[in-house]
Design a protein. Sequence first.
Length: 274
Amino acid sequence: MLLGSQLRRLREARGITREAAGYSIRASESKISRMELGRVSFKTRDVEDLLTLYGITDEAERLSLLSLAKEANVAGWWHSYSDVLPSWFPTYVGLEGAASLIRAYEVQFVHGLLQTEAYARAVVRRGMKGASEADVRRRVALRLERQKYLLSDGGPEFHVILDEAALRRPYGDREVMRGQLQHLIAISARPNVRLQVMPFGFGGHSGESGAFTLLSFPESDLSDVVYLEQLTSALYLDKHEDVAQYEKALKELQQDSPGPDESRDLLRGLIQLS
């Protein structure tokens, strides 16, 4: 995505159309569009030809962008789990791992970055009915691997709002749920985690369309991405007007939900009821 956005910036600065850029590398306008969105792999020859077309002659700048092209084609660690993942999800894991700020609203269950191993196993078993125990273990292992990035030094800021429904809907037995609630209290105290609970008592709110995740990146060239998961696919929205709508909804959810301290009190109250 970073390389694609930089190629788009260089193309637009020279006033070159996608059609003309595609012609220069013996490809279609739609391929240039996919390249600029970071949705296809990059051939070194194509990048070299585009840089020449865009007037990039400085050797250091060319080497930097060509190096980025090589990095873009290296498969991420999560690709080793592709046998147990839906086709659209590896893209999300890659974006999540590159983000500096992750903001999310969840209503069905606890966000994957905050799940305990036992809770994650119960969620995966429910979602992968008929799957072998080996496949369930691999899916859970991926979820735990994703969490390492959140907990690492220099990990992303994570602002999450959990609907009370996600906390009351049982996955696993009572001990699993108690352990999950206790884990939420503990992890919400981390400096890079801001957890809020949207209580039932508030009534209707701006999250009425369902769960979503908003990813922001450290590179200024990259636009924010909204991730919407569906039953058989997922949507990745990066148009400014779409992102702005979800940012507005998220800000309203943050304003309307109790703060982190009050939300921890809500979690403690749910533990007492469990």
